[in-house]
Design a protein around this ligand. Structure first.
Ligand code: PGA
Length: 250
């Protein structure tokens, strides 16, 4: 049984006051959704988001987490701090973290383990660049990344992992992968999970697609066998657009 999850990734957008307003606007629009609905927001917006989402079907996530429990790591936030605030999900290894902040498969793996050990649900991102795709490395790379980020994750912990396949060339560019490309990429991720954890675990894991998913293309993408949800950037900043994507899950 696959669980469908539509998650917004707000990136570096919205103040606490704007967070309250946007979630209040979204709540009635996503009520009764046929999937889990998650909003991953900047750290400073978490308190406002949790307060605004109370009593609704919207769950709140963070956009990153550090791998150490505490200590001299200026600017970082631990998994325990997040759970103490009521956070349930966290995005890890987004390509913007990899591209601009030096994250590697190793640090993404460590952050994933820290999140899972604290009881958070981890939305772990993988994806190829345009250059890697054009060189024909998409399958190899997606399988490698998936295995790297899941190293030392237990079969039990895997139940709290969502993998988001996000082709780097499709993020924030308005260029969406075709439904076939999304299905194929998600299929490579699932195949890597099968090699590590077996066929049943691979069948059950939620694999999202992310990269310019919008109200127009969501239904076609989500209809694909291997696409079990979406990680939504730009379109998650608009209540109506986000709700149309949520409702595209039948
Ligand atoms: P986008 O972002 O929907 O704006 O392309 C997706 C993401 O970065 O998760």
């Amino acid at each position: 049984m696959r669980n469908y999850v539509i998650a917004g990734n707000w990136k570096m957008n919205k103040t606490p006051a704007e967070t309250t307003a946007l979630i209040n606007e979204m709540k009635p629009l996503v009520a009764g959704a046929a999937c889990d609905v998650v909003l991953c927001v900047p750290y400073v917006d978490i308190a406002a988001a949790i307060e605004a989402a109370k009593g609704s079907n919207i769950k709140i996530g963070a956009e990153n987490v550090h791998f150490k429990a505490n200590g001299a790591y200026t600017g970082e936030v631990s998994a325990e701090m997040l759970t103490a605030c009521g956070v349930e999900y966290v995005v890890i290894g987004h390509s913007e973290r990899r591209q601009y902040f030096g994250e590697t498969d190793q640090t993404v793996n460590l952050r994933t383990l820290a999140a899972l050990n604290a009881g958070l649900k981890a939305i772990v991102c993988v994806g190829e660049t345009l250059e890697q795709r054009e060189l024909g490395y998409t399958e190899t790379l997606l399988k490698y990344q998936t295995k790297m980020v899941l190293t030392n994750v237990t079969a039990e912990q895997l139940k709290n992992v969502i993998i988001a396949y996000e082709p780097v060339w499709a993020i924030g560019t308005g260029v969406t992968a075709t439904a076939e490309q999304a299905d194929e990429g998600n299929g490579y991720v699932r195949a890597a999970v099968a090699e590590m954890f077996g066929a049943e675990a691979a069948e059950n894991i939620t694999v999202q697609y992310g990269g310019s998913m919008n109200p127009k293309n969501a239904e076609e993408l989500l209809a694909k066998e291997n696409v079990d949800g979406g990680l939504i950037g730009g379109a998650s900043l608009k209540a109506e657009d986000f709700s149309i994507i949520v409702k595209a899950v039948k």
